[in-house]
Design a protein around this ligand. Structure first.
Ligand code: NDP
Length: 257
């Protein structure tokens, strides 16, 4: 019960990696706040957790809309008074080769993956800063708040057909470093996790030959699981990681070596 009663907001936790991150924190005693564009899908995950006797809350929330994010954050604060941990996980892909990539596909990916993280971090960092100023109970050990941004190995290595996605995920790494510097004096840590190829809906669409080509480049010889990523989020949010900020941890089976 490492995160007993800590309030953890996980964006895009209606399925895939975000859902597993929410489950992992809830198993450790946290109140997992499930967010996704569909309130019904978020409520399903909340109910799943409740059936296991775990604490959860859910809201429909589009991270691209700052008014919507603020409204939901206020609802969370009305009930729980604080937010200890934020995981910016919501993300989409709209792949195409550069010359065929529409402006709309560029904008949509940047809006969800990068601006979504900006919207949520700006609003929730304010909550964490207020709590730090009041000397409220720290998110873990000596830290006043923990922010974890889900980037991607594609933001480090690039990938043909994913110029928009790679730019958004590289952007997340720069954003993480800048915000880590801004919030460090209040003992709020900000780190990124860069998953490699993880088995989720996002990668289920890959053709057999593409999947095999990917596996040839993974030294550990398997796709990752959402649990592999969730475990690293638990670590970065824990007191054991209180002296780590501005970092990007690759969870990629060695792909980026
Ligand atoms: P999924 O497509 O399985 O899930 C994406 C989640 O994001 C869903 O819950 C979706 O919910 C939510 N979402 C999408 N748009 C919005 C929005 N505008 N506002 C709020 N929520 C939104 O993706 P994965 O689990 O595979 O990926 C999770 C994160 O991990 C992403 O940031 C992705 O880029 C990153 N990642 C994934 C890798 C992989 O191999 N799977 C590898 C590296 C990084 P809903 O549709 O209900 O809104």
């Amino acid at each position: 019960m490492k995160f007993k009663d800590k309030v953890v907001v996980v964006t895009g936790s209606t399925r895939g990696i975000g859902r597993e991150i929410a489950h992992a924190f809830a198993r450790e005693g946290a109140v997992a706040v499930i967010l996704g564009r569909s309130a019904a899908a978020a409520a399903e995950v909340r109910d799943e957790l409740a059936r296991k006797g775990l604490k959860a809350e859910s809201f429909g929330c589009d991270v691209t809309n700052p008014e919507n994010v603020l409204e939901i954050v206020n609802k969370i604060l009305d009930k729980y008074k604080t937010i200890d941990i934020l995981v910016n996980n919501a993300g989409i892909t709209k792949d195409n080769l550069l010359l065929r990539m529409s402006e709309n596909d560029w904008d949509e990916v940047m809006n969800v993956n990068l601006k979504g993280a900006f919207n949520c971090t700006k609003i929730i960092a304010k909550v964490m800063l207020k709590a730090a100023a009041k000397g409220a109970s720290p998110a873990s050990g000596g830290a006043s708040g923990k922010i974890i941004n889900i980037s991607s190995i594609i933001g480090i290595m690039g990938n043909a057909g994913q110029a928009n996605y790679a730019a958004s995920k590289a952007g997340i790494i720069g954003f993480t470093k800048a915000v880590a510097r801004e919030l460090a004096s209040r003992q709020i840590t900000v780190n990124a996790v860069a998953p490699g190829y993880i088995q989720t809906d996002m990668t289920a669409q890959l053709k057999e030959e593409v999947r095999n080509a990917i596996l040839n480049n993974v030294p550990l010889g398997r796709l990752g699981t959402a649990t592999d990523v969730a475990n690293v989020c638990l670590f970065l949010a824990s007191p054991e990681a209180d002296y780590i900020t501005g970092q990007t941890l690759c969870v990629d089976g060695g792909m980026a070596i």
